[in-house]
Design a protein around this ligand. Structure first.
Ligand code: ZN
Length: 207
C-alpha cells in the first residue's frame, strides 16, 4: 500500500484512484477510506453521478450495502461548486463523468483537498474507459482491485457483458455483467458463466 506523512501546517492535496472491474470492491474501498476520514473528524463530501440510481440517490452504496451519504450531481463542474470547505472529496462511478472530471480533480487537489476517485477502468469491450486512464496518470496513488472470474476462479480484470446490448454505458449489476479473467473474457456478450461442475484435472475434492 502506501503511507502519507501529513504536515498539518501546509495543506497539500492529492488524488487517489481506486479502479478495477465490476464486483472488484471499488465502492467498498472508497467507503472504507471515507469512513476513516470521518473518524478523524475530517470534513468529507461524497459525490456520484445522478445517472447511477441503482441503489440510493443520496448515498454511495456498495453491492454489500455499506453506505455513506452522497450528493448526486449532473456533471463534474458541480463537484467544485459543492465541495466547499471539505478536506476530503470522494467521487464514485467516475466513468460516468467523462474527461471533464480530470481538471476538476486536479483543481480540488490544488486547493489542498484529498480527492478519492473510484471507477471502472475498462468498458464492456475491455477498452480503457475515460476518464480513468487520465486520472491514473495524474494521481499520486493508484489502487487496482480485482474480482474473481466466475468461470475459472482466477483474478478477474474484466466486466463480461452477459446481455445483448451495444450501449457503452449500461447501469446494472449481476443481471448484466459478471467478472471474468483475461482468458475467459470476450468483448462480445456471452451466456452467463458457471463454475465447472466436474473438478478440473488435478483438483482434489473432499466431501
Ligand atoms: Zn477465467
Amino acid at each position: 500500500m502506501y503511507s502519507v506523512v501529513v504536515d498539518a501546517s501546509r495543506r497539500v492535496g492529492w488524488i487517489e484512484v481506486i479502479c478495477g472491474s465490476m464486483f472488484s470492491g471499488k465502492t467498498e474501498e472508497l467507503i472504507r477510506r471515507l469512513k476513516r476520514a470521518r473518524i478523524a473528524r475530517q470534513r468529507v463530501e461524497t459525490f456520484k453521478p445522478s445517472i447511477d440510481g441503482r441503489f440510493s440517490e443520496t448515498e454511495v452504496v456498495s453491492h454489500d450495502e455499506t453506505a455513506v451519504p452522497s450528493t448526486p450531481v449532473h456533471g463534474a463542474p458541480q463537484i467544485v461548486l459543492l465541495s466547499g470547505s471539505a478536506e476530503v472529496v470522494g467521487i464514485d462511478e467516475a466513468q460516468f463523468f467523462g474527461l471533464e472530471l480530470v481538471p476538476v480533480c486536479e483543481q480540488l487537489a490544488r486547493d489542498g483537498k484529498r480527492v478519492i476517485v473510484a471507477g471502472l477502468d475498462q468498458d464492456y469491450r475491455g477498452r480503457p474507459f475515460e476518464p480513468m486512464p487520465d486520472l491514473m496518470a495524474v494521481a499520486e496513488f493508484v489502487t487496482k482491485l480485482h474480482a474473481i472470474c466466475v468461470v475459472c476462479g482466477n483474478p478477474a480484470n474484466h466486466s463480461q457483458r452477459i446481455r445483448q446490448t451495444t450501449e457503452r454505458v449500461v447501469v446494472g449489476g449481476g443481471e448484466t455483467y459478471e467478472p471474468r479473467c483475461r482468458q475467459c473474457f470476450s468483448p462480445d456478450p456471452q451466456p452467463a458463466g458457471r463454475l465447472p461442475s466436474t473438478p478440473a484435472p488435478g483438483m482434489l475434492v473432499r466431501s
